[in-house]
Structures are given as structure tokens and as C-alpha cells.
Design a protein around this ligand. Structure first.
Ligand SMILES: NC(=O)c1ccc[n+]([C@@H]2O[C@H](COP(=O)([O-])OP(=O)(O)OC[C@H]3O[C@@H](n4cnc5c(N)ncnc54)[C@H](O)[C@@H]3O)[C@@H](O)[C@H]2O)c1
Length: 280
């Protein structure tokens, strides 16, 4: 849990900063937890998601309770992204200091299409939604000059970008491309306006989408046992995001940062051995 103080503002790390948060659909979304932390740290922001997600999820109701604005936008549609920036800058009163890209979807996975039997139409959609959308968000912002000097952009990735994870399918390819866009755009934005662009490679956590994929919870148990610190929680993810959005990490860009309890560098742990002994 994030520590609390009586006035709810923790350190004021984002005081006066203005942001756009993509990808909260309900209270389980990583983006929702990050939004709560941004508010606690003194930021003002707008939330955004597709029109369909705003209707299907309860994000509009949740945001209303907090007095936050939700602006519908399909992150694959450049003209909608353009309008989103213009509206957000009008509502927030200036250019944008931070952007969270927490957007992903694979129709192949939804329809249980194995990697060796992909629909290529769906595959292109996966890449468009889960990777290219970051490029579109950054390219549009550059044309509008919508990001402030020294702004910070964070996207959420997963270890399947570089290692095989059974069942993750074409999302692994999308995450690899996503991390590449972080490096390429990070270099360009760095020299233009000292904007930082980073990816957080997050531990597996149960959200509406991911829990369906790990129905029995075995995968979460396995990664927890394999990670020396255990799975990094949604609050750990929110805290890292706050640090990256803040002025504390002005020298960090073009990185994939592993918020994974050590999983990336771990092959066998005592906890995993004990788990395996229980199973065998
Ligand atoms: N849950 C995990 O274990 C985990 C681990 C590592 C990384 N991630 C990544 O974190 C991010 C958020 O995932 P989550 O687990 O919070 O699930 P989530 O389903 O709550 O978030 C995904 C969001 O993407 C949105 N989205 C889909 N298509 C869109 C489009 N065209 N335009 C705009 N938004 C669109 C969805 O509406 C949803 O809000 C994803 O990139 C996911 O891959 C999740």
C-alpha cells in the first residue's frame, strides 16, 4: 500500500503538473491506481479511453465521484488524439507535463487464437492498439507542440517483449515494438524538448483483462515465487510512475525499467523450489 498522511498529499511530487492518463477502464486497471497516486501527489489530469470502454467499464462513474474529467479517444485514431490534446490543454490550462500510455488489446488472445494460428487482420490490430498507439500519441503531440519542456511519458510493458511466455501470443510482439518506439521517440524528444520517454516492465497483476488469462491464479503464484521480492504490486507500479513523472528522474529516458521484484534476472529461487515440491 502507498503510505498515507493525514492530508492525503504524500510528497507533492507532481504539484502543478498537468497530465493525460490513457487506459483506465475500471478500478482494477493499472491506470486507475496510477491516477489515484497522481492525484495524491498533487497533479491535475484528464482520463481517456475509447468511447466503448467508457460505456462498458465503470470509469465514467468512478471519475465523476472524484470530479475528474473523462475524454473519449481511440488511441489508434490520430484525429481523435489531436482533439484530445486540444481539449486537455484547454481544460488543464496549458501544455502537458506527463502522459501515461496504459493501452493494450489482442483480439487474437480474446478469441483464443494460438500464436501459430494468428489472424493477421487481428495481429495488425494488436500492433496498432498496443504499440503504434504510443507512436501516434507522441507524433501528434510533437506536431501540436503539446508537451512541456522536460515532460515525462510512461508506457507499460511486459517481460514477454524479450522472453517467451506461454499464452501471451502476439502481445509479445507488440510489447517488443512498444519498447523500440520508446527508444526511438525518446532520442528525438530528448534533443527537442528534453522530454523523457520510458517503459515500465511490470510484474503480472490481476486486472479485468489479465485475470481471465490466469483463471486459477497459478501463473501469478509462479511469478511471485520466482521473483526474489515477490510480484511488484499495482501500488509499486504507481509509485515508480510517480517517480518517473516527477522532476526526480530528469536524467532517465529511453529505458525499459523492470518493476518485477527481480524476475527478469531470476531462474530459480528457494520459494519456487518449495512451490514445485508442493506440486510434485
Ligand atoms: N496486468 C498485468 O499483469 C500487466 C503486466 C505488465 C504490463 N501490463 C500492461 O499494462 C497496461 C494496462 O493493462 P491492465 O492490466 O491495466 O488492463 P486494462 O484492461 O485495465 O487496460 C488496458 C486498457 O487499454 C484500453 N484500450 C484498448 N484499446 C484501446 C484503444 N484503441 N484506445 C484507447 N484505449 C484502448 C482498454 O479500454 C483498457 O482500458 C497494458 O499495456 C498491459 O499490457 C499489464
Amino acid at each position: 500500500m502507498r503510505p498515507k498522511n493525514p492530508c492525503e498529499i504524500m510528497y507533492g511530487l507532481l504539484k502543478g503538473k498537468k497530465g493525460i492518463i490513457f487506459g483506465a477502464v475500471d478500478e482494477r486497471s493499472l491506470a486507475w491506481h496510477i491516477a489515484l497516486a497522481c492525484a495524491e501527489e498533487g497533479a491535475s489530469f484528464v482520463l481517456t479511453n475509447t468511447e466503448a470502454a467508457c460505456k462498458i467499464g465503470n470509469i465514467t462513474q468512478l471519475a465523476n465521484e472524484k470530479g475528474w474529467v473523462v475524454l473519449p479517444c481511440d488511441a489508434t485514431n490520430v484525429s481523435e488524439i489531436n482533439n484530445l490534446y486540444l481539449r486537455a490543454m484547454e481544460i488543464l490550462g496549458g501544455t502537458i507535463d506527463f502522459v501515461l500510455h496504459s493501452v493494450a488489446q489482442s483480439v487474437n488472445l480474446r478469441r483464443h487464437r494460438e500464436y501459430e494460428n494468428l489472424s493477421y487482420e487481428y495481429f495488425l490490430k494488436t500492433i496498432d492498439i498496443s504499440a503504434l498507439s504510443l507512436h501516434k500519441i507522441l507524433q501528434t503531440a510533437l506536431k501540436l507542440d503539446a508537451l512541456s519542456e522536460g515532460a515525462s511519458v510512461v508506457t507499460l510493458s511486459y517481460i514477454a517483449s524479450e522472453r517467451f511466455v506461454e499464452g501471451y501470443g502476439d502481445m509479445g510482439d507488440a510489447k517488443a515494438m512498444l519498447e523500440s518506439i520508446v527508444r526511438q521517440m525518446g532520442a528525438i524528444y530528448g534533443r527537442v524538448k528534453k522530454v523523457r520517454i520510458n517503459a515500465i516492465s511490470q510484474s503480472f497483476v490481476h486486472t479485468s483483462a489479465s485475470a481471465q488469462w490466469d483463471k486459477g491464479g497459478q501463473f501469478k503464484k509462479y511469478t511471485d515465487a520466482l521473483s526474489p521480492l515477490g510480484n511488484a504490486s499495482v501500488d509499486d507500479c504507481a509509485n515508480l510512475c510517480i517517480a518517473l513523472f516527477s522532476d526526480l528522474m530528469k536524467g532517465v529516458t529511453m529505458q525499459t525499467i523492470y518493476n518485477d521484484g527481480g524476475l527478469k534476472n531470476s531462474l530459480l529461487t528457494q520459494n519456487l523450489m518449495e512451490l514445485l515440491i508442493d506440486i510434485v
